[in-house]
Design a protein around this ligand. Structure first.
Ligand code: C2G
Length: 134
């Protein structure tokens, strides 16, 4: 049983998120998604439109996702990898290199982001946020 983990806010879930989850699951047999709490998003400087509870509910409905747990801080990843017997840590390549320290505990994989879509773009296109290169 190869166990995979990934982290994120997953606000206004879109194809880029789902493609990341699909490819992450394809690397193993079990995918845990660690979704940022509203409080941690504030630390990340993000304000999600959808609450933590609702982002968790939506992610749990995705067929590639086996388990959803809260991401509360930057420092929980090593413990998460150990506690959940994780074999592979996956993130989009906008994070390339940021989590290489985890390679002492599991395989670290950065997957190409899906071009042309982002939560920021959605908000901008709907006139909900000033344009920010994300
Ligand atoms: N993603 C992607 N393609 C996009 C948009 C996002 O592949 N067009 C990926 C990101 O690279 C990330 C995941 O989808 O791996 C979730 O993206 P966000 O919700 O934006 O996550 P982020 O705010 O970057 O949080 O501790 C890590 C952080 O919690 C990551």
């Amino acid at each position: 049983m190869t166990r995979v983990i990934t982290y994120g806010t997953f606000d206004l879930l879109h194809k880029g998120h789902v493609r990341l989850l699909k490819r992450a699951k394809a690397l193993g047999d079990h995918l845990t998604v660690c979704v940022s709490t509203d409080e941690f998003n504030a630390i990340k400087g993000k304000k999600a439109y959808t609450s933590f509870e609702d982002r968790k509910y939506i992610l749990e409905a995705i067929k590639y996702v086996d388990e959803v747990i809260p991401e509360e801080n930057w420092d929980q990843k090593i413990n998460d990898v150990k506690e959940h017997n994780i074999d592979i840590f996956v993130m989009g390549d906008d994070w390339k290199g940021q989590f290489d320290f985890l390679s002492d505990y599991c395989k670290v994989v950065y997957l190409p982001r899906t071009e042309g879509i982002s939560t920021t773009k959605i908000k901008r296109d709907l006139g909900l946020a000033e344009y920010k290169k994300d």
